[in-house]
Design a binder for this molecule. Structure first.
Ligand code: ADP
Ligand code: MG
Length: 701
């Protein structure tokens, strides 16, 4: 038989075969030997520790007990149907309870047999019990168990269990796999790197992660494998970055011209913050360098990213290029368009708006102007990347609220000129440093870490339903002072109908409290035609309405400095970054602003933490960190698209130090040996030369 390697399809592993291979694929995404190798245990049972039933206590997180299953019966009906077992050792007895897979368990559990069980002890009606314990037939001196002190536990689904691939079954496959592959697990890191970081050799680490002899060995194996995960991501990202500046020449912006200067001297209604100036300088330096600019601008809500984008675009126009700004929603594109028009005044540059709802006739005119080169700046939505949109000479692209755009979409803009345009990416919400390094490791990063002067920090309150009247009273006071108020209702995509119900019920109460003709309200929600939305928004912007009732469509971008109160209804249903975005809609003028988070009284631990975080801090970076801890990187906006986050072991919330260590090493390697032709880096050169299926790194830029 042919020699096996890590890319051998999983069905060829001893003990697998076609049927089991199918379930391994569908249930775990395990297609090859390598995939199985990387199906790591999700925890380990310390087989050195056993408890007697008498020692069990509900405060214990989990415990392992050896005993005998002496009775098994079904109790209850329908929703309370359960399987109950009686489990005994020489010190006492307890109940084992299952609510799921009852039929299957009845068949597979054997009364009278000794088991090792593992689970969390509970006390119910003063009776000791365990719900859904892990059960394993007790085999005195069995070989696998006997040699092991830490036993791996693998996640397995019901379907896998039907094919005898429970944790134990998978463990057996791992044994077979490691035997087959033992000789072929080779180092991918250079020796000097392994040595410099004190890493456990790879072959040893791979075995130890599955079958560690003790905690210390497990710790070293985990560190080694995490190191590799992070290392090769950084290697690819930084290589890309390096090649980008080498391979992709960029348009050179020779001058800081009249438009830029006129704008700066005569049009700018405020003086720039130091942070804004610094970022503009960084952009200026990049665009003068002859290489393509690829920069991420991070800045908290209200830090003034728009004007930075606009001045960069003017720089392009001054140098004979066109520029465009792409926003993720129609409303946001409109908002950008209007504020840019306003800032520019007449004559500095020609600007147009192109979105999905631009009429055909206007669209054709815009297309024509773009190709002739008479249009300088185009603002819009996804409509910008359509093939029909061709520029005469596109030199600068700004992408706002990056996380909503896929990598592919970025790439499309990239191809709109022979030499790719400069790319400036602006994020709506700050991203934790680790995430930025991993997601955008190939971009240069600028941070606007300063808010414009004179802004008072927003005061945030969390109120329960019982304080609703107090909240209404407060709104009235603020409105009496001439201010405006937002009230935002949650929007869950799955159920716009329910969202509307909330909104409508809320409106009814609101109308009673705030009757016409004294009070006027704008209402905006996702189901409205764009024209109506725009009309309602404009009424609020112009100050004709004092209250803006909306679903989260106003989340990003909306800018009404006179609005001083943001009320968020059912705040517990919003994510942290969303709450922070919403709050950022106020506090844009000189007056004290407020954010009121309304919630029901029953809150999950997580919701509570979210609301507490909002009350405690206005710092978007701090909020982003908490968000990352709560949700994990996979769930943060936009990260789904990124192969960079396909991490099995490394955790961006807890492995910051390791990530920094790894990244610094990779930077040093490229600094000393940019082409990796030093023999000691051969493994790395070979690694990068191999084509890895499925990740598509070339497209990420
Ligand atoms: P964001 O970074 O959230 O996109 P914007 O660009 O919308 O922020 O700016 C928020 C508000 O602050 C706008 O009204 C803008 O005109 C104003 N602004 C921007 N820069 C300054 C500054 N340096 N001084 C005063 N106000 C500023
Ligand atoms: Mg913005």
């Amino acid at each position: 038989m042919a020699q096996h390697s890590i890319i051998t399809p999983i069905e060829y592993l001893k003990g697998v075969g076609p049927a089991r291979a199918e379930v391994l694929k569908s249930e775990l995404g395990v297609h090859t030997f390598n995939d199985l190798l990387k199906h790591y245990p999700f925890r380990y049972i310390d087989r050195t520790q056993f408890h007697k039933i008498r020692q069990l206590h509900p405060d214990m997180p989990a415990a392992q007990v050896i005993g005998r299953l002496v009775h098994l019966e079904e109790r209850g009906e329908r929703r309370s149907r359960r399987l109950v077992g009686l489990f005994k050792d020489d010190t006492g007895a307890m109940e084992l309870v299952w609510f799921q897979s009852i039929g299957w368990l009845r068949k597979s559990l054997q009364v009278g047999t000794a088991y090792v069980i593992y689970g969390k002890p509970n006390v119910f009606n003063q009776e000791l019990s365990m719900t859904h314990p892990e059960m394993e037939v007790y085999q005195r001196g069995a070989k696998e168990v006997g040699n092991m002190h830490l036993q791996p536990v693998y996640s397995a689904t019901e379907k896998l269990k039907k094919f005898a691939l429970d944790s134990r079954g998978i463990q057996r496959l791992q044994v077979a796999l490691l035997e087959t592959l033992a000789a072929q697990l080779v180092e991918e890191l250079p020796e000097y790197v392994i040595e410099a970081h004190g890493l456990m050799p790879l072959p040893q680490a791979v075995v130890a992660i599955h079958f560690p002899r003790n905690q210390q060995e497990l710790g070293q194996a985990t560190r080694r494998l995490k190191f590799d995960e992070l290392f090769f991501i950084q290697l690819k990202l930084l290589k890309n970055k390096l090649l980008n500046t080498e391979r992709f020449r960029g348009h050179r912006f020779e001058v800081v011209g009249d438009r830029f200067k006129t704008f700066y001297n005569d049009h700018l209604p405020f003086s720039l913050t130091h942070a804004q100036k610094r970022v503009i300088k960084e952009i200026r330096k990049d665009t003068a360098s002859g290489a393509q600019l690829n920069r991420l601008v991070q800045g908290d809500v209200g830090s003034g990213k728009t004007v930075v984008a606009l001045m960069s675009m003017l720089l392009a126009v001054d140098n004979g290029f066109q520029a465009c700004l792409m926003a993720p929603t129609e409303i946001l594109a409109q908002q950008h368009y209007h504020s840019i028009k306003k800032l520019l005044g007449n004559g500095l540059a020609s600007v147009q708006l192109l979105t999905g709802s631009t009429p055909k006739k206007d669209r054709r005119i815009i297309h024509g102007q773009l190709e002739e080169g008479t249009l300088d700046i185009l603002v819009g939505t996804h409509a910008l990347i359509e093939d029909a949109v061709r520029f005469k000479n596109l030199g600068f692209v700004v992408i706002d609220e990056q996380h909503r755009f896929g990598v592919e979409q970025r790439a499309k803009l990239w191809r709109k000129n022979q030499i790719p345009p400069h790319m400036l990416v602006m994020t709506a919400t700050p991203i934790p440093r680790t995430l930025a390094m991993t997601l955008y490791g190939d971009l240069d990063i600028s941070v606007i870490d300063e808010l414009p002067a004179g802004r008072k920090p927003i005061k945030t309150l969390h109120l329960y339903e019982s304080s609703r009247l107090r909240m209404f009273g407060f709104m009235k006071e603020e409105i009496a002072k001439g201010r405006q108020v937002y009230i935002v209702y949650p929007l869950i995509k799955e159920s716009e109908k329910i969202d509307l119900l909330y909104l409508e019920a809320g409106l009814e109460t609101l109308r009673k409290e705030f009757p016409l003709p004294r009070f006027h309200a704008s209402i905006v929600h996702g189901k409205m035609p764009v024209k109506d939305k725009e009309f309602e928004m404009q009424r609020f912007v112009k100050g004709e309405t004092q209250i803006m009732v909306a679903t989260t469509v106003i989340e990003v971008g909306v800018d009404v400095p006179n609005a001083s109160v943001m009320v968020i209804e059912n705040a517990e249903r919003f994510g942290l970054s969303q709450l922070h975005q919403l709050r950022g809609r106020v506090g844009r003028g000189a007056e004290q602003s407020y954010c009121i988070l309304m919630s029901g009284s029953k809150l999950s631990k997580e919701s509570k933490l979210r609301l507490e975080t909002m009350v405690r801090t206005n710092d978007g970076f701090e909020i982003a960190e908490v968000d990352l801890q709560l949700r994990g990187p996979g769930d943060l906006a936009g990260t789904q698209q990124s192969g960079a986050l396909n991490l099995k072991l490394a955790d961006l919330t807890t492995d910051q130090a390791l990530l920094t260590e790894v990244r610094n090493r990779v930077i040093q390697i490229f600094k000393e040996d940019p082409k990796l032709d030093n023999p000691r880096n051969t493994r790395l050169r070979e690694y990068l030369a191999r084509k890895e299926p499925g990740i598509g790194w070339d497209k990420i830029s």
